[in-house]
Design a protein around this ligand. Sequence first.
Ligand code: ZN
Length: 261
Amino acid sequence: MQARAVLASVLAVVLTLAGCAQPGTIAPVQAPQPVESTAPPTPKPSPLPTRTKPPKPTLRPLPAKLPAGLRRSTGVRPVALTFDDGPSPAWTPKVLDQLRAARVTATFCLVGREVQRHPELVRRIVREGHQLCNHSWRHDLELARRPVAEIRADLIRTNKAIQAAAPGAPVPFYRQPGGRWTPEVLEVAKDLRMRPLHWNVDPQDWDKPTAATIAKRVHSAARPGAVVLLHDGGGNRAATLAACPHVIADLKHRFGITRLK
Ligand SMILES: [Zn+2]
């Protein structure tokens, strides 16, 4: 008898501790939450909450120095002008006006999605005798570090947009955004019959220097055969535009300006 009574009270205690007696006690509605937060079995916070995107394949490292085989000079005394990150309705037509007035041609390194938005500008570039260069679909600075299939798809997509805008226009060059080349992107470009185009004069006009600074930097860095990097897209290019008459006149006078081959 006594043993049974003891057993009954032990059972009652156990049941109470296990939470079965909850309904009569505190805030039953919130019961699940505190139980979960105090429950020890769940391991330490997993990395999941901090991860916003699904895991991507790791990027291959950038080589310590630029891979061999990049085109960085014209191979002749005259220099070449290259304009990156367009086409832009705000700046590209004005650059084209200046080039036409100076009777020189340039190479335009086009971003695929901008091509898709402004195909008429691509047609004007081609109509006025300039050359085209693929500058990737969305200016992905890490593109060259991604899987080869991804690089290839990006470059093909960009070329298709260019072809849709200006059917039959050749795209003889590819330029890696940021100049962040890898041997892999170089191979893909070559495989798609585009020559990898780099530069050797960079006035860093993307970094918002004044027009005078841009002109001065090009003037002091230019040598025979230089490939000059400028921008007609990707931001406010007023300074580049204001520098262009000086840059063009200076280069034309000292070396001549040629078409890249
Ligand atoms: Zn660029």
